[in-house]
Ligand binder design. Structure first.
Ligand code: DON
Length: 325
């Protein structure tokens, strides 16, 4: 890092100027009062609307954070690209995509719908993510108990984040499981259509899915995960190779086409970057070969994306030429 600094070889050489822009964008978005916090899980309904944080981590380890970046939140659907990445790593894309498609669903994230092959459309919506959990639970190291599998996933996520420790919010997990009629309906619907690998224990698989959604991190930590994805799977903080480049390519492709709920097409058009949002108000944004960004603000628009996070992304693209095209 120091050698590169002396030689001005950073991917963003004028990082101090860049920070000024990020700060301005942060304060502009802070004044937004639109949106409502997710209320379908009682524990999420208690979120504080004022929380707003942005963290940036470049692929060569330059970092900047502003706002509520150390306040923990649950990963929710931001765990979906991570469990998908893990499944690709452990089982390879051919096995994973025997079970789950790669097509945007054009529907809500929790809609009771499968594609024309009777598979979930993609791993970024609930049905696909529940299926990915069943693959991780049943096919990858099947001898592990649910408890061991939980530790295994936690440590994998933590490696993506430069070995920062993640948390687990048990109240959200319990609340989520209580308010999960739709997810159970999806789970049983997929069992009816024989979507899962043989020997899948549906109850364990659903618990595992709720646990992944209830893991906790903060903006600072999540920006490192996004940076690992931006850096071809090598964590910029530890230099550890966590994911293969082909896994990263698959994850980013599906974040690009399916990561922002039923706004994914518009987001790809306007912002042109792979991203994933979750109902806790978090957004993982990847600028490939440059940096990872995490934004967090609980109020959501009607499609479920963070209002401040979206505004921040649109402004980012106005100021910098990060749009893929
Ligand atoms: O499955 C659920 O309802 C949530 N725990 C995850 C929701 C979420 O963030 C929506 N994502 N696509």
């Amino acid at each position: 890092l120091i050698t590169r600094a002396f030689r001005s070889q950073f991917v963003i050489p004028d990082f101090q100027d860049f920070i000024k822009d990020i700060e301005e964008m942060y304060w502009t978005a802070k004044s937004i009062t639109d949106g409502k916090v997710a209320s379908y899980i009682p524990q999420l309904a208690r979120a504080n609307c004022d929380n707003w944080g942005v963290s940036v981590c470049t692929i060569d380890g330059q970092r900047f954070s502003i706002g509520d970046v150390n306040v923990p939140f649950t990963l929710q659907s931001c765990s979906k690209p991570l469990t998908y990445a893990m499944a690709l790593e452990m089982l390879g894309p051919d096995v994973v995509h025997q079970y789950v498609g790669t097509e945007p669903s054009g529907r809500n994230f929790n809609e009771l719908v499968l594609d024309h092959n009777m598979k979930p459309h993609n791993p970024m919506i609930n049905a696909g993510a529940i299926l990915v959990c069943s693959l991780l639970k049943t096919l990858d190291k099947p001898e592990m108990t649910l408890a061991e599998k939980f530790d295994y996933v936690m440590s994998f996520f933590s490696r993506l984040a430069g070995h920062e420790a993640l948390g687990f919010n048990n109240a959200v997990f319990l609340s989520e499981r209580e308010a999960a009629d739709r997810n159970y309906a999806l789970g049983f619907y997929m069992r009816e259509h024989k979507c899962y690998p043989e020997k899948t224990n549906l109850r364990e698989c659903m618990d595992f899915y709720f646990q992944c959604c209830s893991m906790e991190a903060n903006c600072d930590i999540m920006s490192i995960m996004a940076a690992t994805l931006a850096n071809g799977g090598i964590c910029p903080i530890t230099d550890e190779k966590v994911l293969r480049p082909d896994s990263v390519r698959n994850v980013l492709s599906l974040m690009h086409s399916c990561g922002m709920y039923d706004y994914s097409g518009q987001f790809a058009f306007k912002v042109g970057l792979p991203a994933k949002s979750g109902v806790s108000g978090a957004m993982l944004i990847v600028v490939p070969n440059v940096m990872g960004i995490c934004t967090w603000s609980p109020p959501l628009d009607p499609l479920g994306n963070s209002c401040r996070g979206l505004q921040f992304c649109e402004e980012l693209i106005k100021r910098f030429n990060f749009h893929k095209y």
